[in-house]
Design a protein around this ligand. Structure first.
Ligand code: MG
Length: 362
């Protein structure tokens, strides 16, 4: 029996995780359910899964140690910068972390990986690209490789002109051609900020230099990422674009249990791989620039992005202004060393306030 503390249980990944839990009731048990603000859904889930503890973060103080007591694995599916606190608490509690929260590594990569090493805790990737790389490496995170190649669907606006991009609406953005995801990640996929985040995640998860990580557009969403080795061989993981597979595998690896139907290769047809259109989607380059700068820069980038995306979804700024806001905030806020979580939280707050001021005036 695997006892799971699930953080972010009412979001898209959280709900798909609970579907996986339900498909193997004799194997998985939920010991804790935590959500951000959807208390109504939490009440329903509490009835259904009878966890030892159920908490809504917006309704009071969170006792982090309490959440992770009695679990075998901490599944961090919360979205945004807030996920970092949970990841750190799970590591401090000595629990294996199944990580679907991108910001934990984007913002806190150095601190998180150091803490995990110190506590002897494993960080297992859930994001489909990183799960694919982990699989292609034979679950050996110390295996030698030449390059990690992250695939990107390219989002709904891959072939849009700059003029067309200036006119896209939130509704158009929230329809992703391949994956079913939460709102923030769906917008980040359309701006390609998400792929920039995933490059930073890959750097921390697999100890790779930025020069060894590439991203390519693969519109079909069948090849979930590729690893290239010194002899020129490339290994990839292929499958239907459905998060339940990487979620289930993170829970059971190295064992594989029935989850999805396999691909029928006689029916797939052509698969395409194209260069990432970086000029048209500046968020990707901004994320890489912040990632290379290190310190608090990725946290500043992320804080600005969270405010800008929310403003875009409310119709307050245009699609291209998401990148413009992020770039201006990155220029404005001095970058510091990321020596502690409070230092990151301070940078996050500064970035949010700067983004608010840019969008709404002081
Ligand atoms: Mg992904």
């Amino acid at each position: 029996m695997i006892n799971i503390a699930l953080i972010g249980c009412t979001g898209s990944i959280g709900r798909q995780t609970l579907e996986v839990v339900q498909s193997y009731p004799d194997l998985f048990r939920v010991t804790a359910l935590v959500c951000g603000s959807d208390a109504e859904s939490l009440t329903a889930l509490k009835k259904q899964f009878s966890p030892r503890i159920a908490l809504c973060a917006s309704e009071g103080e969170i006792a982090y140690e309490e959440i992770f007591a009695g679990c075998d694995v901490a599944f961090i599916a919360a979205g945004g910068f807030a996920g970092l606190r949970y990841t750190m608490s799970a590591i401090e509690a000595g629990k294996r972390v199944l990580l679907a929260n991108k910001e934990s590594l984007v913002c806190g990569g150095e601190i998180v990986m150091q803490a995990a090493k110190r506590r002897g805790v494993e960080i297992v990737p859930v994001d489909s690209e990183h799960s694919a790389i982990f699989q292609a490496l034979g679950f050996d995170r110390h295996a030698k490789f030449e390059k990690l190649i992250l695939t990107a669907s390219g989002g709904p606006f891959l072939n849009f002109s700059a003029k067309e991009l200036a006119r896209v609406t939130p509704a158009m953005t929230l329809v992703h051609p391949v994956w079913k995801m939460g709102e923030k990640v769906t917008v980040d996929s359309a701006t390609l900020l998400n792929k920039g985040y995933e490059v930073i995640e890959a750097k921390w998860l697999f100890g790779a230099d930025f020069d060894k990580i590439e991203a390519v557009v693969h519109p079909e969403g069948i090849v979930h990422s590729v690893v290239t080795f010194a002899d020129g061989a490339s290994l990839a993981q292929l499958g239907f674009p459905d998060m339940r597979l990487p979620i289930q595998l993170a829970l059971t690896y190295p064992e594989r249990l029935p989850c999805m139907p396999a691909l029928d290769f006689s029916k797939i047809g052509a698969l395409h791989f194209l260069p990432l259109p970086r000029e048209k989607f500046p968020c990707f380059g901004l994320a890489l620039k912040a990632g290379r700068a290190g310190g608090t820069a990725p946290t500043v980038l992320n804080g600005a992005a969270e405010i800008a995306v929310r403003a875009f979804l409310k119709g307050h700024i245009t699609f291209p202004q998401i990148a413009e806001t992020i770039e201006e905030v990155l220029c404005k806020i001095p970058q510091r060393a990321a020596e502690s979580i409070p230092a990151l939280e301070e940078a996050d707050g500064m970035a949010r306030r700067a983004a608010q001021a840019l969008i709404y005036g002081k």
